[in-house]
Design a protein around this ligand. Sequence first.
Ligand code: ADP
Ligand code: MG
Length: 237
Amino acid sequence: MSIAIETRGLTKRFGGLVALDGVDLQAAAGETLGIIGVNGAGKTTLMNCICGLYRPDGGDVFISGERVTGQPPHVVAHKGIGRTFQVPRVFRKMSLIDNLLVPVLDHRASDAELTERAEGMLARMQLIDLRHNYAEELSGGQQKLLEMARMLMPDPPIVMLDEPFAGVHPVLCKFMIERIEEMSGAGKAVLLISHDLTSIYRLSTRVVALNQGKVIAEGGVDDIRGNPAVIEAYLGT
Ligand SMILES: Nc1ncnc2c1ncn2[C@@H]1O[C@H](COP(=O)(O)OP(=O)(O)O)[C@@H](O)[C@H]1O
Ligand SMILES: [Mg+2]
C-alpha cells in the first residue's frame, strides 16, 4: 500500500511548551488513522503542522512521498489534502453553493459542471434544500457537514478531520460516521482526530495516541483499547 501521509520527528514548540515532540506517523490510502489524546495533547497542532498552517520547529511532513515541510497551506492543499476545523470555518455570508465553489475556483471545469458537483455533494450531506441559504443560518452540526462537503469538492486523496463529533447531536454523529466511512471506502486516507474514543474505535483501522506531544501508543483498535499508557493518560487528568 502506498503511504499517503507521513510525518517524521515532527516537533512544534510554543515558547517553552513542546506541543509536538518528535511525532512519527504514517497513513495509507483507504486507511482511517485515528489520533486520540486528551485536551492539549497536541492533536490539532499536529494537523496544523501537516497542512502548513504552522511551521514545525523540527521534523518533516510528506504527502504522497513528497516533502512539503514548511510549505504554506495552499501549496500543501494542492498536493491533495483537505481538512476540517474543530470549530467549523465556513464563509458565513455566502450561500452553501458558493461555499462549495470556493476551493474549485481555479479548476478548469465549467461553471455548470462545478455547480452540479456542488449540488450532488450538498445532497449527500442532506443540505440540498438549503443550498441558497447563507451558511450562517445553519446549525453548528450542519456547518460541520458543509465544511466536509467543501473539503471534498476538489476530491482530495487525503482528508483530515478535527473533532468532527464534538458538540454534535448523536443522530448527526451517526450520519457523519457514515460519510467518513464513504471517504475511506472511496480510497481516501483519513486522519481522524477525536478525544471521543467510541467513534474513533468504530472508524479507525489504526490508532495513534498522543500525550503531551508524544506518541505514547500505536496500533490496532484492540491494542489501544487495553493499553495501560492510554488508560493512564485519560484517567490521570
Ligand atoms: N497557537 C498556539 N499558541 C500557543 N500555544 C498553543 C497554540 N496552539 C496550541 N497551543 C498549545 O499546545 C498544546 C497542544 O494544543 P492542541 O494541539 O490544540 O491540543 P489538542 O488539539 O490535542 O487539544 C496545548 O498546551 C495548547 O495550549
Ligand atoms: Mg484540538
